[in-house]
Design a protein around this ligand. Sequence first.
Ligand code: SF4
Length: 342
Amino acid sequence: MLHDALLYDELENNAVQCNLCAHRCYIKEGHRGICQVRENREGKLFTLVYGNLISKNVDPIEKKPLYHFYPGSRAFSIATPGCNFRCPWCQNWQISQMPREMQMPEGQRVMPEEIVEQALETGSQSIAYTYSEPTIFFEYSYDIAKLAKEEGLKNIYVTNGFMTREMIEMIQPYLDAANVDIKAFRDEPYRRLMGGRLQPVLESCKLMKSLGIWLEVTTLIVPGVNDDPEELKELAAFIVDELGPETPWHLSRFFPQYKMNDRGPTDENVLLETKEMGALMGLDYIYIGNIFGRYSTKCKKCGHELISRRGYATRIIGLDAEGKCEKCGTKLDGVGMTYHEA
Ligand code: SF4
């Protein structure tokens, strides 16, 4: 289904420039942008994925992962096909890369009103735009987010952060939280492996933070790509200095898949060492993901256990009704930091 695109400029000779993501594609008449889901027809830009729902689930919010945003709640999670990156380790490549590699998969036609209705019916407290890249289904997510907000639901982007300032400023009144993947701290792997650039991602993180969007960062540690301790140290320093030490950092374990099958999973020791390093750099909350286990949140001041997680089972065990440590009274960073029945 064709739907008018937002955020583009009309240029000479019926060309357009898309200003949705940091690629800022120049698109000639009859052509599509890098993401393959935005098409120039007679000098107007259209999105091909509005209402093309390819995936929906009710997930624990911890699965996004967001550990400091309404813990224990449900997030109604949706995606359309496509992405503006092409990461060779993508775990959702069947939906993210299909428009590039084959044809546009046809999902269910679901309009924004129905998404919001379903989110409410399932007892979700938020809608998460996730699995593929929400940037490239911006118009759909924007319309849903506006309706969701009217119904008291929160909105969450799980994103690669490769957006423009214009896009972030437009979604900001409706966007409550984001988990941004910082996939490396060098430009080279961004360009060579993912088809992006590092700097716009860092700028997006800083802008979201300054606009009051709750931010958590995820880094999938891929052997031989971004596991150099010095690089990870620089990334930790960026989070501390530019985003704030209260920003949770999720270190995720890589497993071979899609086009990256030439190496084994991330050594667990690398994840543990990176966690230690991040704490020494001053980060208050660091979590290891993609390994089943217990991941508690501890008070940054006194170390008291505040939230216990086993898999996705979440229990608040050390917080008072105001979200403060019951032992020393320090407020736990985050939003909605009391228990939210799923
Ligand atoms: S969303 Fe990004 S990749 Fe897609 S057309 Fe627009 S600028 Fe290009």
